[in-house]
Design a protein around this ligand. Structure first.
Ligand code: FDA
Length: 401
């Protein structure tokens, strides 16, 4: 096939790549979008249980983790959640708000994919999909890029890397974007699975067998971060939104004395447990029956059995009841690991943003090379923040490519 030239080539037709391509195309740039996948934007399709939690009413830098925490400010302020909501409304996509300001499609995530595809069409974006990129080199005179692909040789002035993170390899995630960064001398922040269920060591799992299946409204904390959402105890460990949230903060510190740091769980976040227990200190009821006023009954009994607290309240000393209260407010569990990229929603780490312009997403030492979306070291909390970063960073780069 004859060699072709585009002003902009975007590798990765996911959330950030489509947003960037559409913006650049609508500015009049000649854009090609390349993806190796058979199906378009699989991660959007499966997101939010098929309804895509596409953004959040409240989005700020405090909702993101990065080694360079101020990096997100500029792009979020220039294209925030209200801008994306306006786009969704322009396409007549019906949506609803859930807890913590999370916005979901009423019908299907496919509507978001169709909308982005229509935006790309409005910008005259060309597609090469499925197509693999075999190699990338600098063009003559150290300007532009030359790509060898399964469809032949392509040239471009600006190259945008939008290949995402490593989660869910079976739908197309690869470390290709990291390799491109390394090839052009950009530093990396070591990637690891995030927004991911935590596993427990076999001895803890054996002790927790009777707790498995429990679903509770708790607060969980780890390394200074605290979240209030649902916890699920599973046969492999801990899951549910609150655990996905704290997983971003777990393993942030060193492995010490043969163990990772614990996750602390407040089982009664709306209650002063010590006063409540002491006010029932003379009662003849089993501790588990009192706890069952606020916790699922089966869980309350299994939790008391786990701690050897299977007796009536009046057979606890006040000191013992204080210990129970402390354990209820900060039940410490030491995970052994995570369920890995197969179950993670996102990747922590990635291309080090200290090597990128926060205004344009361009590599400061490699003119014409841009990174957008999850491939870089920016990770959002659960709740629509990761897509918002894809929209904001894709939009930012789309103005400058
Ligand atoms: P994204 O992963 O969307 O796109 C990357 C693209 O690059 C893919 O199309 C891939 O095929 C392509 N690619 C990779 N390697 C390539 C190569 N070598 N050559 C060519 N193409 C290549 N977030 C949120 O805010 N709300 C939510 O509801 C959810 N829900 C959710 C559920 C599940 C199960 C997962 C796994 C993730 C979420 N997320 C989420 C996270 C969200 O999906 C994610 O952060 C964004 O899709 C990131 O957008 P990107 O465009 O950066 O990558």
């Amino acid at each position: 096939m004859a060699e072709q030239h585009f002003e902009v080539i975007v590798i990765g037709a996911g959330a950030a790549g489509m947003m960037c391509a559409a913006e650049a195309g609508q500015r009049g740039r000649r854009v090609l979008l390349i993806d190796h996948a058979e199906h378009l934007a699989e991660k959007i399709r499966i997101s939010g249980g098929g309804r895509c939690n596409f953004t959040n009413r409240r989005v700020g830098p405090e909702h993101y983790l990065s080694q360079n925490p101020h990096f997100v400010r500029s792009a979020l302020s220039r294209y925030g959640s209200t801008d994306f909501i306006a786009l969704v409304e322009r396409y007549g996509i019906r949506y609803h708000e859930r807890d913590h300001g999370q916005l979901f499609c009423d019908d299907s995530a496919q509507q978001i994919i169709d909308m982005l595809r229509a935006e790309c069409d409005a910008g005259g974006v060309a597609w090469a999909m499925p197509t693999t990129v075999q190699s990338i080199a600098r063009g003559e005179g150290d300007t532009g890029f030359v790509l060898d692909t399964a469809r032949g040789r392509l040239r471009c002035d600006s190259l945008v890397v939008a290949t995402g993170g490593l989660s869910i390899p079976k739908i197309g995630a690869t470390p290709f974007g990291y390799r491109i960064a390394e090839q052009f001398g950009l530093p990396m922040v070591a990637p690891r699975p995030a927004l991911v269920p935590l596993t427990l060591p076999p001895e803890t799992l054996a002790r927790f067998a009777d707790l498995s299946g429990a679903s509770l409204d708790v607060a969980a904390q780890c390394n200074g971060a605290r979240f209030r959402e649902a916890l699920l105890v599973t046969h492999r460990g801990l899951s549910g939104p609150v655990v996905l949230q704290v997983s971003n903060y777990w393993q942030a510190q060193a492995y010490h004395d043969g163990e990772w740091e614990p996750v602390g769980i407040d089982l009664l976040p709306d209650l002063d447990a010590e006063n409540w227990l002491l006010s029932h200190a003379d009662g003849k009821a089993l501790l588990a029956n009192l706890l069952a006023e606020h916790l699922p009954r089966r869980f309350a009994h299994a939790w008391c059995a786990l701690h050897g607290w299977e007796r009536p309240l009046n057979r606890f000393s006040h000191t013992e009841l204080r210990t129970v209260a402390t354990t209820l407010a900060n039940w410490q569990i030491v995970p052994s690991g995570t369920q890995g990229y197969a179950k993670a929603e996102v990747t922590l780490g990635g291309v080090d943003t200290r090597a990128l312009s926060s205004k344009t997403m361009e590599a400061t030492r490699c003119k014409g090379l841009f990174f957008v979306g999850e491939v870089m070291d920016v990770t959002g909390h659960l709740g629509g923040y990761n897509f918002q970063w894809a929209w904001s960073s894709g939009h930012a780069a789309g103005q400058f490519v």
